[in-house]
Design a protein around this ligand. Sequence first.
Ligand code: SF4
Ligand code: SF4
Length: 372
Amino acid sequence: MAEATIVKPDLDFVKGVIAAGGESLKKCYQCATCSVVCNVTPDQNPFPRKEMIWAQWGLKDKFKGNPDVWLCQQCNDCTAYCPRGAKPAEVLGAIRKQTIQQYSAPAFLAGLVNNKTFMPVLFLIPAIILLITGGFSIPEGDIVFSNFFPIHTIQFVFTPALLFGLAVGVMGVMKFWKDMKQAAGVTSGDLKGSIIATAKDVISHGKFKDCGVSKDRFLSHFLVFYSFVALAIATGFGVLYIDIFHVMSPFSLFGKGWIVKLFGLAGAAGLLLGVSLMVMNRFKNAAKVGIGSYFDWLLITIIAVVMASGILAYLTRLAGIAGLAYPIYFIHLVFVFSLFVYLPYSKLAHLFYRGTAMCFAKYSGRDKTIDN
Ligand code: SF4
Ligand code: SF4
C-alpha cells in the first residue's frame, strides 16, 4: 500500500500570495489550460498549473529555489485563457514578490517596501536623509543645481545607496542559485555558455516575442530597459568627467560633457515613451488580465516620478523659475535615491532573479537553447 503524503500548508504564505494580488488563486480547478497556452514554459514539467496547486496548498518550500516562477515573462496569455478567472499570471507575480522578500535582507525593509500602508514612509526616509546631508538652502542668482546639492555630496549619498541595493541583490541571487542547484540536484553545467546565452536573450528581449495577449509589452519593456542603459552610461560619463577630468559641470549641451547630456536626454525620452506605453497597455488589457498589483504600480510610479521630475527640473531651470526648479529637483533626488535603495525589494529586483533563473534553466538543461 502506498504511503500517505502529509501536506503541511503554510497559511501565512497563502495569505501573503493573496494579499500580493493572487486573490483569484482559489478559483483554480487544475484544468491545465494555462500550461498548454503558455509559449514560454518548457514541455517537461510545465508551469504555471503546478505552481497554482502548490500555492493553493500553501507548499511554500516548493518555491524555494524554483526557477519557473521567474521564467514566466508575465505575458498574461494564461490569465486570458483561464476558464475559471484564476489569473495564474497574477498569482505567479504574487509568488515572485514573496520570493524577493524571502531572499532580500533585511526582512523588515522588504516588508516596508511591499506594504502600501507604509508608502509615505518609503519616501519620507530618503527625503530626511537628503535634507540632513544636503542642507538645501535655495541659492541666489542663476539656477545651478550643484549649488543647491553639491555634486560631491550627491556622490557621497547616492554611491552607497546604489552599492547597498546591488549588494543585497547579489547576495539574494547567490542564495537563490544555491537553492536552485539543491532543488534540481544539479551539480555542474556550462556556466559560461549559459551566461552568454542568457545575455543574448536579455539583449534581444527574444522571450517577449512569444507573448500573445500582451504583445505590446515587448516595445514598452525594450524602451524602458534601454533607457536605463542610456541613463547608466550618462551617469558613468558624468562620474568620469567630474572625478577624472575634473569638469565640475559636465552637463552643458555643447561643453565638454555633451555626451552626458546626449545619453541623459535619450534615456529620459525613451523612459517617457516606455512608461507611458506600459501604463496604456495595462489599461488596454485590464478586462482580460487585470490592472496589476501594488507591487507593479509602485515600480511604475517611482520610475514615472524619476523621469517626470528630471524633465521638469531641466525645463524649469531653462525657464529660470527657481521657486519650482529647486523643489522639483529635490523630489527627483528623493525618487532616484528610492530607486537605488529599494532596488532589491521592489519589482525591479526581477533584474537579478529573472536573469539568474534564465541562466540556471540553461545551465541545468531545462532550457534546451544551449548544449549542456
Ligand atoms: S489557473 Fe486556470 S487554466 Fe490554469 S489550471 Fe487553474 S483553472 Fe485551469
Ligand atoms: S504569464 Fe505568460 S509566460 Fe507567464 S505563465 Fe502565463 S502564459 Fe506563461
